[in-house]
Design a protein around this ligand. Structure first.
Ligand SMILES: Nc1ncnc2c1ncn2[C@@H]1O[C@H](COP(=O)(O)OP(=O)(O)O)[C@@H](O)[C@H]1O
Ligand SMILES: [Mg+2]
Length: 256
C-alpha cells in the first residue's frame, strides 16, 4: 500500500437514479486516519456518496479510488454500517451471529469460522458494550442497541475504511457515547472513517473535517469553516428553523 495516496479520492463524480443527478461533479480527497462527517439536508446525496464509495452505485461520470485503486477492486478493505431503516429486524439471528457475519468475508466460504474469528467478533461486541447481550435475538434489542451491534459487525470485519450512514440517528445518549468512543478508538488505529451525520450541533465536536453536500460539494474542510452561517442557510434553506450561536457549536438543527 502506498501510504502517500489518499484513503479516498472522488473525482468529478456524477450519479443519477433518474433525470436529476443525486450527485453532481463531486471531487474530494480524504487522507487516511481521518474521522470525516458528511452533512447536508435530506435527499442531498449523502447516502449516495457512501454507496459510491462502496461501489454499490455506478457513476454516470467520474471515478472513486480507494488507496489509488478502483472502488470495485478495493471492496474487501471497506466495512459499512447501513442506515438503520434499511435492515430487516425480524430475521432470527443472535447478536453474536451478527458480529460473526463480519468475519465471513475474510475466508473461504467452506471453512468453519476459527477461534480467532470468534474472539474478534466478541471483542468487537465488548467495544460497543454489547458483550452481555451476545445471545439475544437482534429483534429484541432497542434501536440504539441494534445500531451498536451493526457497528460491532463492521469493526469485526476490519478493513482500512469504515463507512457509517447516520449511526447516531434516533439513538439514546448511552449509545451515542458508545458509538463516538468506538469511532475515536478506531481512528487511533489509523483507519479512515466517513460518517453521515444529521446533527449540526455536534458536528464540530465529533469530526476532524466536514463535507457539506447538496447534490454538489458545497464545502469540505475543518468544521469551523464548513459550519459557516451563510453557507448553511444557503444549503439548508427553510429547513433550518432554529439556528443560533452556531460558532459556539450550540445550534440545533430541527429541519430533518
Ligand atoms: N434507489 C433510488 N432510486 C431513485 N432515486 C433515489 C434512490 N436513492 C436515492 N434516490 C434519490 O437521490 C437523491 C439523494 O438521495 P440520498 O443519497 O439517499 O440522500 P440523503 O442520504 O442525503 O438523504 C434523492 O433525491 C433521492 O430521492
Ligand atoms: Mg441517507
Amino acid at each position: 500500500m502506498n501510504q502517500s495516496l489518499p484513503a479516498i479520492e472522488v473525482k468529478n463524480l456524477t450519479v443519477s437514479y433518474g433525470p436529476v443527478p443525486a450527485l453532481l461533479d463531486v471531487s474530494l480527497a480524504i487522507d487516511a486516519g481521518q474521522l470525516i462527517g458528511i452533512i447536508g439536508p435530506n435527499g442531498s446525496g449523502k447516502s449516495t456518496l457512501i454507496k459510491s464509495l462502496l461501489g454499490f452505485v455506478k457513476p454516470d461520470f467520474g471515478d472513486v479510488l480507494l488507496f489509488g485503486e478502483d472502488a470495485e477492486k478495493a471492496k474487501g478493505r471497506v466495512a459499512y454500517v447501513p442506515q438503520r431503516g434499511s435492515v430487516d429486524w425480524d430475521f432470527p439471528i443472535t447478536v453474536r451471529e451478527v458480529a460473526l457475519m463480519g468475519r465471513y468475508g475474510k475466508q473461504s466460504w467452506w471453512k468453519e469460522l476459527s477461534a480467532e474469528d470468534r474472539d474478534i467478533a466478541d471483542h468487537a461486541l465488548e467495544q460497543v458494550r454489547m458483550g452481555d447481550f451476545r445471545n439475544r435475538q437482534i429483534g429484541q434489542l432497542s434501536g440504539g442497541q441494534q445500531q451498536r451491534v451493526f457497528m460491532a459487525r463492521a469493526i469485526a470485519q476490519g478493513g482500512d475504511i469504515l463507512l457509517l450512514d447516520e449511526p447516531f440517528a434516533g439513538v439514546d445518549a448511552a449509545t451515542e457515547k458508545a458509538i463516538l468512543d468506538v469511532l475515536e478508538s478506531t481512528r487511533e488505529t489509523g483507519r479512515t472513517l466517513v460518517v453521515v451525520h444529521h446533527d449540526l450541533a455536534t458536528a464540530s465536536e465529533y469530526f476532524d473535517s466536514l463535507v457539506l453536500l447538496k447534490q454538489r460539494l458545497f464545502a469540505y474542510g475543518p468544521p469551523e469553516h464548513v459550519l459557516h452561517p451563510e453557507l448553511l442557510s444557503e444549503v439548508y434553506e427553510g429547513t433550518l428553523r432554529i439556528f443560533a450561536n452556531l460558532q459556539s457549536g450550540r445550534s440545533r438543527e430541527v429541519g430533518q
